[in-house]
Design a protein around this ligand. Structure first.
Ligand SMILES: Nc1ccc(Br)nc1
Length: 446
């Protein structure tokens, strides 16, 4: 029996005509390692999540954009030692081009902004929800794809942009029942690190590398962090001072350490003031250890975390004022965030906040005998043209089977097309919740 229906014996399993397809071993019905299918129940939850992503983006006046999942590898070749680079899902295509499945959306967004150039007046407020990939040795059994929601503001140098996008994430959390007791945002600025490093004689290009190492601070032993930092050439005393600085959790202490005239301090103070105005002060806290793991961040950085500390970062983002210039474009200030579709679902499960999403159908339409299948199609069409959802029974089935299906699809009512009624232009209706039953003219059915 061939693995696919060759149109011969159909699915009944009857002996099919000689197959044009070679008989094969049964194919592996699972999706590739690290990837997911979305059967109906999972797709309903995904659509529910994406609906909230997109509704919040619309509330904030952002425009939706999208890009190919396949991009030139060049977009992601950064030499700062990022994990995202080590796990790039890249290959050479048949035209000998180096391409990659996108690991994130921001470089594509930067590319499109550059492509549009002066034809789009700034500021731009764009959002996207797209599948992103990584190729990781399955030893860790982690996923290789996830969907990310991104919102980005291009062309606003002020901290009002960061305050706005953090507000949008807070709005999202509130919409799905997450509160500031469940989740918070750790906020810092890479300018803190820059300021400290400036006080030591070390080359500018080390900055990104140092950030990427520090981002691993809770993922690998502190001695490995020190070793990696020293291997970049930073003086020993700088490493010690750096690690001490990263433990600061109050802006006041940071100011004592760095002095008030530092731009990082004024940026952060402005952000916390704006948080008051947006009404999300109790969601955010200063934490100097936040640097995020992407090389291109240049200023404020933040990450959403679960206060119980059970899960990985829920989302993350920040300012990236130099990304377009690293692509050879003009410097354009930008900030944005990425929000994955996996950790948030784990959090909703933890909090008992997963929504009940069942299939709902208003009508099941069923012909009571074979020669009324056409009449049933007419009834279904009349209802659908009125905007009613109809599950039309497409084959002759016993009523018991129809009732079982009605229960499975949560139908509100059964429309039965029978000879006697149809002769009078009528159909039988059974309200499944009450059991009420009546006949009605087709054109009065609504
Ligand atoms: N960047 C990235 C891509 C895919 C997954 Br799963 N996680 C992170």
């Amino acid at each position: 029996q061939s693995a696919v229906d060759n149109g011969g014996g159909g699915r009944s399993g009857a002996m099919s005509s000689p197959s044009v397809l070679e008989s094969v071993e049964k194919i592996d019905v699972n999706p590739p390692k690290g990837t997911r299918d979305f059967p109906p129940e999972d797709m309903r939850l995904r659509n529910w999540l994406f609906h909230h992503f997109k509704e919040v983006s619309r509330l904030y006046g952002f425009e939706e954009v999208d890009f190919p999942v396949l991009e030139s590898e060049a977009l992601y070749i950064r030499k700062a030692g990022e994990e995202i680079r080590d796990q790039l899902y890249c290959f050479e295509d048949r035209g000998n081009r180096r391409v990659a499945l996108r690991p994130e959306l921001t470089p594509s967004l930067a590319r499109l902004v550059m492509q549009k150039g002066k034809s789009v007046p700034l500021p731009l407020k764009w959002f996207a929800v797209g599948q992103c990939w990584r190729y990781e040795r399955m030893t860790r059994g982690r996923r290789r794809e996830h969907y990310q929601w991104n919102m980005d503001i291009i062309g606003v140098p002020e901290v009002t942009a960061e305050a706005e996008i953090i507000s949008s994430i807070v709005t999202f959390f509130k919409r799905i029942g997450i509160t500031s007791s469940d989740v918070g945002f750790k906020v810092s600025s890479r300018k803190v690190l820059q300021e400290l490093l400036r006080r030591y004689p070390i080359p500018e290009d080390l900055f990104s590398k140092v950030c990427i190492i520090i981002d691993k601070i809770e993922k690998i032993p502190i001695d490995d962090i020190k070793k990696e930092l020293k291997s970049t050439g930073i003086p020993e005393e700088a490493v010690e001072e750096l690690l001490e600085l990263l433990s600061i959790k109050s802006l006041t202490k940071l100011e004592e350490k760095l002095g008030g005239s530092v731009e990082a301090i004024s940026d952060l103070k402005q952000l916390f003031l704006l948080a008051e105005n947006f009404g999300y002060s109790d969601w955010i806290q200063f934490d100097a250890s936040v640097v995020r793991g992407l090389a291109y961040y240049t200023g404020i950085v933040f990450e959403g975390f679960d206060r119980e500390g059970k899960l990985r970062a829920i989302c993350g983002g920040g300012r990236y004022d130099k990304l377009l210039s690293t692509f050879g474009g003009d410097d354009v200030p930008a900030c944005g965030f990425g929000f994955g579709d996996a950790v948030i679902v784990e959090l909703l499960k933890e909090k008992g906040l997963l929504p009940e999403l069942s299939l709902q159908v208003e009508n099941i339409v069923c012909a009571l005998d074979r020669d009324l299948q056409g009449a049933a199609a007419t009834v279904a069409t009349v209802l659908r043209e009125k905007g009613q959802t109809v599950d039309l029974i497409l084959e002759s089935k016993p009523l018991k089977w129809v009732f079982k299906r009605a229960a499975r699809v949560n139908a509100q009512r059964l429309i039965l097309v029978g000879n006697t009624e149809w002769q009078k232009g009528m159909v039988g209706v059974k309200i499944l919740s009450s059991g009420e039953q009546f006949e009605i003219k087709l054109d009065e059915l609504e």
